[in-house]
Design a protein around this ligand. Structure first.
Ligand SMILES: [Zn+2]
Length: 369
């Protein structure tokens, strides 16, 4: 599969190189343009239970084997009924991944691509889970790794990153200051920005979330509930369901029900006000650190995706997040507050009778404080 970068703002195309991460002309975000993805489910069933069973749909040549030295078996996570009293609601247990969060989908694909490009060092900024994931896969691939994070990041996540030998840069400032520090380093050192926000290869990994749901259900659900900060999973799922639609495997896109924490909800506000892009907000503080994004770089794409699916936004309070975490634990699932925020959103969602819904359990509870 051959691909190029295309600027989301000015639509200029660029060759894929190891040190381009935004449009050199206008500073816009880069998307990936590629040949049409052809999905052939008959090829999947005999393959290994990981996201690499969809290799033809991933941005590597079909005979590419480089990923074999990078993969840790990520993907193809269980999809199960949440509770027999709610037979139409499924959870996809995406914390059953090598580093205990769904971010491994994106990190595995992104680092495999970095390896293919001959990259020797990557830089990433993160509120925690993406950083731990990139650190793990970079180490496995023999690539040096610098992770920028906020000083308030969960000590458990910092310990996890350190264990993989990454260099940690703890920044005294908000999430946006952390990203700015990483981007400055990337520009100065001309290194590879392994960003789960800017680098479109990350979404090539998270799109497999949709393929797996389709394969496991033999159809698409009516709705998917997705927590959103930077849109890592939301945009990936959207791209994945679009591929399924374009291949005639589904007749319509599932509604995307996007969940934000009430205390940091720039996208929900923009959606309610019918805006095309989200203005930054002040983060008033939330336990759901994974979606505490006050200024979402891809807000235009996220808002458009939710609108296209006839979806909606729901916000959840801190009290609701805490209660939802306890409720999930009482069903056997110990999750991070970010995942609890998502479940809290599901509990507030006014669904139709027999509406089939999938909820991701994104991060393991043991990663949080
Ligand atoms: Zn541009």
């Amino acid at each position: 599969m051959s691909e190029q970068y295309r600027c989301h703002t000015c639509h200029a195309n660029f060759e894929i190189t190891d040190n381009i991460w935004k449009c050199p002309k206008c500073g816009g975000l880069l998307d990936l343009v590629k040949e049409k993805v052809v999905l052939d489910p008959t090829k999947w069933k005999d393959r290994e239970a990981s996201l690499w069973r969809y290799i033809e749909a991933l941005p590597f040549s079909n005979d590419s084997i480089g990923w074999r030295n990078v993969t840790m078996g990520e993907g193809y996570t269980p999809l199960i009924v949440l509770d027999e009293s709610e037979p139409h609601t499924f959870v996809k247990v995406d914390y059953m991944m090598p580093t205990l969060s769904f971010k491994d989908r994106g990190a595995a694909v992104l680092i495999a691509k970095a390896k293919e490009l001959g990259v020797t060092k990557v830089v990433e900024d993160s509120s925690g889970n993406a950083g731990t994931s990139i650190a793990a896969y970079a180490k496995r691939a023999g690539i040096a790794c610098d992770i920028y994070l906020g000083k308030a990041t969960s000590p458990k996540k910092i310990a996890q990153i350190k264990a993989h030998g990454a260099t940690i840069h703890a920044i005294d400032g908000n999430r946006e200051a952390v990203a700015a520090a990483a981007q400055e380093a990337v520009t100065e050192e001309q290194t590879f920005y392994a960003s789960h926000v800017y680098n479109p290869y990350f979404y090539e990994g998270t799109k497999t979330y949709a393929y797996e749901i389709w394969e496991q259900m033999n159809t698409a659900p009516d709705s998917v509930i997705i927590p959103v900060g930077n849109g890592t999973l939301l945009l990936g799922a959207y791209y994945g369901f679009k591929d399924l639609l374009n291949n005639g495997l589904i007749m319509k896109l599932p509604r995307i029900i996007a969940i934000q924490a009430e205390n940091c909800a720039p996208l929900a506000r923009a959606f309610a006000n019918h805006k095309q892009t989200a203005e930054p907000v002040e983060n008033a503080g939330t336990e759901a650190e994974g979606i505490a994004i006050a200024a979402a770089a891809r807000s235009e794409q996220i808002l458009a995706a939710v609108r296209e699916t006839n979806g909606e936004f729901i916000t959840t309070s801190e009290e609701e997040i805490i209660a939802a975490r306890e409720a999930l634990a009482s069903k056997g699932f110990y999750v991070e507050p970010t995942t609890a925020a998502n479940y809290a959103g599901y509990l507030k969602y006014k669904r139709q009778q027999h509406e089939m819904i999938v909820i991701p359990l994104c991060g393991a509870g043991i990663k949080a404080n």
